[in-house]
Design a protein around this ligand. Structure first.
Ligand code: SF4
Length: 228
């Protein structure tokens, strides 16, 4: 079982510095700030979203709007509420700024250049945290983590062992919980989502954090630091 090579206080300090640097990033001229920089939660679980929507920047946290409500309802079905999840899992993303809207009103998909530019932040987070479980949420994140585009029906409800940014970890993909998506509301998506959530709830990293508490010592240091 991989553990961070640095001792916890060093990982915590490095992640806190990383978060400050991330918050100041202005690399992409076409992105709309502010950067949504997640709190520096040291965790064996790394959830990777796609990109913030128009509300997350103002609210200062990822998954703060309607998609987040659905995502945290899914985790609630495993007995983990939003506050508990946010306190104990790292929430990264493919891109950390709002890409803006398309002319048809949907959120713009980040360009390959923007995805490449932002990947350095995830690479640093993976190097520091060395998560045992990576949870990519939505097609864009799944492609980044698994390294190839595959139909959702082939990846949701399954777990993978893959190397992401040079680190080997288990991967349990989830569909994007967007209100605009119907994929997870009807079969086969509905049943595959249930299967994916079962895999998450049974994973040893999930259980270590939310059930037996063996990884809570690591994350509780962050929570207490944030509350100061
Ligand atoms: S999307 Fe990522 S790389 Fe681009 S400006 Fe925002 S934080 Fe920086």
């Amino acid at each position: 079982m991989a553990k961070p090579k640095l001792r916890l206080p060093l990982v915590q300090d490095a992640l806190t510095r990383h978060t400050r640097q991330l918050a100041g990033c202005t690399s992409c001229a076409g992105m709309i700030g502010p950067v949504v920089a997640p709190p520096p939660v040291v965790s064996p679980m790394y959830l990777m979203g796609q990109a913030p929507g128009p509300h997350e920047g103002e609210l200062g946290r990822p998954f703060a709007w309607t998609a987040g409500k659905t995502l945290f309802r899914w985790f609630g079905s495993l007995g983990v509420d939003e506050a508990n999840f946010r306190a104990h899992a790292y929430i990264g993303a493919v891109c950390r700024c709002f890409p803006g809207k398309t002319t048809s009103g949907g959120d713009r998909v980040p360009s390959p250049t923007e995805i490449q530019a932002c990947s350095r932040w995830a690479a640093r987070e993976i190097a520091l945290l060395q998560p045992r479980l990576v949870v990519p949420v939505g097609r864009l994140a799944i492609v980044q983590v698994l390294g190839q585009e595959r139909p959702l029906a082939e990846v949701i409800g399954r777990s993978f062992r893959t190397t992401f940014h040079g680190h080997e970890a288990d991967v349990v993909p989830l569909p994007h919980p967007s209100g605009a998506s119907t994929w997870f509301k009807m079969e086969p998506g509905k049943g595959l989502l249930e299967q994916a959530l079962k895999l998450l709830g049974r994973h040893e990293a999930w259980r270590a954090v939310f059930e037996d508490g063996s990884d809570v010592q690591a994350t509780s240091a962050v929570v207490s630091q944030r509350s100061k």
